[in-house]
Design a protein around this ligand. Structure first.
Ligand SMILES: C[S@@+](CC[C@H](N)C(=O)[O-])C[C@H]1O[C@@H](n2cnc3c(N)ncnc32)[C@H](O)[C@@H]1O
Length: 253
């Protein structure tokens, strides 16, 4: 994995620490230059927006280099450190919003980086209005994804872990298996701890396309004109065995 990642490392960010805010700034350029990857984000954001009945007060956590605001201009984008083009600095575990102020909290690839995720759920419960939603796209555990995340991806993927993750930094600290741990393995515990937060949908998605895009840290392996064909082909595979991500929806009662 190490050598392959070194060979495929995107030249713009090669050698930079992933926790360096400059890496996030450069990743914006990488997404723009990789239309196949941009198509993936476009599809993710579309799925998130479809899951939001009310879109007046929507907070995106860990916006990073993404472009959610292009699709929902009134969204409040945020990051744990200042990033150009992102509206506010916000920590998921200590939100600066009034009680019941938000219609939704959305995120892509963020939950599994949040240290002390218990505090995030308490804050989400406080800030969401009744009927408000948390909608996210996160890594998911299937037999295929577990192999890929363990062999071809730099982040830890530990399905036997508890809800804590290493606190090494906002991007390096991670457990890719955390969403599966919380919402599937420990769903009863989640229900006991947060009876006001109901898991309403878990849809495993996308077996291959993100990997083929090279994500934000590797070179692209696919031209954009193949996007629709690849999405069609992977749509034929059983998602419960092959998905690498899941769309997860949680509603505040
Ligand atoms: C893998 S990046 C995803 C960035 C972007 N959402 C995307 O899809 O490209 C994970 C993001 O989570 C953010 N993050 C980590 N800890 C956080 C916290 N406690 N609160 C909010 N965001 C956090 C990181 O700063 C980073 O931008």
């Amino acid at each position: 994995m190490g050598i392959l990642n070194q060979i495929l490392a995107h030249p713009l960010t090669r050698g930079l620490s992933i926790d360096d805010p400059q890496t996030t700034e450069l990743r914006r350029q990488i997404i723009v230059e990789k239309p196949f990857l941009k198509s993936i984000y476009h599809e993710w954001y579309g799925r998130i927006l479809e899951a939001l009945p009310n879109q007046d007060r929507v907070l995106e956590l860990g916006s990073g280099a993404g472009f959610f605001k292009e699709m929902l201009p009134n969204a409040i984008t945020s990051e744990v450190f200042p990033v150009e083009g992102v509206d506010i600095v916000a920590d998921a575990c200590n939100l600066q919003f009034l009680d019941g102020d938000l219609d939704a909290i959305v995120m892509t690839d963020v939950l599994h980086h949040i240290p002390g995720v218990d505090r995030f759920f308490a804050e989400a419960s406080r800030c969401l209005r009744p009927g408000g939603r948390i909608v996210m796209i996160e890594p998911w555990r299937t037999p295929w994804s577990e192999w890929v995340y363990n062999h071809l991806h730099h982040e830890p993927f530990v399905p036997s872990a508890d809800w804590n993750i290493p606190t090494t930094g906002p991007l390096s600290g991670a457990n890719g298996a955390l969403p599966w741990i919380i919402f599937l393995r420990d769903k009863e515990e989640f229900g006991r701890q947060y009876p006001e937060l109901k898991i309403t949908n878990i849809e495993p998605i996308m077996p291959f396309s993100y990997m083929l895009s090279g994500g934000v840290s590797l070179r692209s392996l696919m031209p954009n004109f193949l996007y629709r064909s690849i999405r069609f082909i992977e749509g034929l595979l059983p998602a419960d065995r092959f998905a690498m991500f899941a769309l997860i929806e949680v509603e505040r009662s």
